[in-house]
Design a protein around this ligand. Structure first.
Ligand SMILES: [Zn+2]
Length: 126
């Protein structure tokens, strides 16, 4: 199996926020939708229906923590969730905050630190 995400994991880790048992979370490099994030499965699979029950449970916990953190930071009006896999077949989800009015944030790097802090705080409270 030739998979860019499995073969070159460091290429995808520059924007990592946190690694969980089954998934890891990172910011998407394209921040036109401020806070856009990726949730990537730690093992190779290509379809949502290949998830185990444990992976599914953890995914929904991560979705709750991530969307809570993004809501606290940027107050998006809605979230879009996408699992496409057309160009990158390795199972991953896009979490895309959507805004009715423009949002600005001075430095992406600063935003990454804020999100990491919020996710850590959330994890410590679980
Ligand atoms: Zn893979």
């Amino acid at each position: 199996m030739k998979c860019e995400m499995c073969d070159r994991p460091n290429k995808w880790s520059n924007w990592d926020i946190k690694e969980y048992r089954y998934w890891r979370v990172g910011l998407h490099p394209d921040q036109r939708y401020l806070g856009r994030s990726l949730i990537m499965l730690n093992r190779h699979a290509e379809d949502l229906l290949e998830m185990t029950q444990e992976e599914r449970g953890e995914l929904f916990q991560i979705l709750r923590m991530l969307t809570d953190a993004l809501t606290k930071l940027f107050s998006p009006n809605k979230f879009n969730y996408a699992s496409l896999g057309n160009e990158m077949p390795h199972l991953h989800l896009h979490v895309i905050p959507r805004y009715a009015s423009p949002r600005q944030f001075e430095e992406i790097k600063s935003m990454l630190e804020h999100i990491k802090t919020l996710v850590k705080e959330k994890n410590n409270n679980v």
